[in-house]
Design a protein around this ligand. Structure first.
Ligand SMILES: [Zn+2]
Length: 84
């Protein structure tokens, strides 16, 4: 049987992660706040999950602040825990 696997392995060297800069670091004026729902929404997936750092590109410090802010926003119902 000469069936070739359709699944192609991606070469490791091709997987070059783009160096994203932290949005909060690049703009000193903006602050991570749980009241800033419109900004927080950008870091929450459509399912209501917090976007991981490797995708959002935030630095560790700001990602942590963001996580806290999102969780706080959920408690006071600014953001959903889960959305369908
Ligand atoms: Zn940052």
């Amino acid at each position: 049987v000469a069936t070739k696997s359709t699944k192609t392995k991606r070469a490791v060297k091709d997987r070059r992660p783009k160096r994203k800069t932290c949005n909060f670091c690049s703009d000193k004026a903006i602050d991570v706040s749980y009241r800033d729902v419109n900004r927080l929404k950008k870091y929450v997936s459509e399912r209501g999950k917090i976007v991981p750092r490797r995708i959002s590109g935030n630095c560790a410090k700001h990602q942590r602040m963001l996580t806290v802010a999102v969780k706080r926003a959920r408690v006071i119902a600014f953001l959903p825990y889960v959305s369908e």
